[in-house]
Design a protein. Sequence first.
Length: 528
Amino acid sequence: MQSYHNPPYPGSLVKAALPRGRTVVLAPTARLALGGILLLALALRLWGLNFGLPYIIQPDEPSVQNRALHMWYAGDPNPHYFVYPSLYYDLQALLALVVGHVAGLFQPDIAAHPTLHLPLFYLAGRSLTVALSMLTILAVYLTGRMLSLRIGLIAALFLAVSPQHIQQSHYITVDAPTALFTALAALFALHMLRDGARWSDVALAGAAAGLAAGTKYNAAVALVMPLGAALLVDRPWAWRLRTCAVAACVCALTFLLTTPYALLDPAPFLNSLQVVSHHYATGHPGAEGNDNAIWYLQYLASDGMLLPVTALALAGIIVALVRFRRLGLVLLAFSLAYYALLSSTYVRFDRNLLPLLPFVALFAAMAADSLIPRLVAALRNRGAASLLVLGVSTIPPIYVAGRADFAITHPFSEQVAVAWADAHLPAGASLAIENWEGRAFELSPRHYRITELSSLAAQAYGWYLARGIRYVAADSYTDGAYLRAPRLYPLQVARYRELYRRARRLWCVTGDPLLRPGPDMCLYEVRP
């Protein structure tokens, strides 16, 4: 059987050949190293986990959490909403059940009125995302360890400090959990190749792909890994095709078990699929482009994993194919297929990269592990070579992630805007807000009469006057998506300009990436 362990370091670099007095940095045991990586990862993901509360700042969290709370409180297992599959709703609803009953022992009104205690449920829900993210790092380590122990540890380290993975681990959203199941599909698919595709590995790989699809539809691409492993294993072709069929059936069955109302309530399910497909094909203001293949790569290099790890990952693709062959092919099959899917749509969201991040970490680790022995020859010190490669690759992400965690411990610009309004606007004033960023006003004790709009440019200026709306809250995240693309949105741009020309600006707060995260928020008084 082929050995997938790393080749030894050059024989000429034995200890006796090193100059006298030169110290050799000894790596700690693998268990200690993995423990340190996991502790670092946990600290970066727990820091600032209560950000924004009691305000809900992240716009995608209520899509999951509010629905999960309703499922628990109403005793209805049907989410009646299928823009995402059901698995993560179910997990959050189960967690809400446990948290509600345990907390209800100490404060009985929690179980009776859960919406009055949203911070508790949001903090618990975010903690579940953190737990699944930590399991993802462990799954990446186990996958990389099948190639070599060093690759497993380095890959776990790269994912542990990924700024994007850390950021998304703070949210009650489906993206970070999806990465866990794509990583597990890779782990079991490599087990299929290594062990001759035992039926247990086939079933586990298919089930992991089904769990990925049951968390986010586009992650169904993970099925290519057990299929690829089945086709590459040294067995007769009839056996390989039968194995592919088994893996596909297990995947489909797992998806239906985790999203059962795809069959039990097909009308809203099919309608949601149509809505998602239409949305990605037609546009989302501020998240559109025909250059997605380059855009996603640029995002990885600038924000997702940062340039050193991204560059290593691109080099690692060659290492995977040359050094690990069939194992590398399986990992690359998913990576290319999933990236092609992301690149094929008109709408792009950076969070869609999450299922790919474990593979970026694995490819980068392969390249780093191949680079270190070459630096040993130049530095004549294995520890120094390792520290150089790993330091250059991990210090920038740790710095960026740390800044982001530090930032979210401060009040967001939306919270500052609500505080100013509470001090200067009359109670019960009629206020129009746009998109998501103005929703913080709904928690104000001043009880504003709020009109929610997707954009303030959704209506002409006269509409506000006719409705008796006296104030509007504008944010740079929403208006910027239109004002930066006047050719795509001429009507909206014209309406924004009229609004800003005719209304009286009362106050603005500027978002600051470090000390006051969020958009620029401005309050205007609507005048005839």
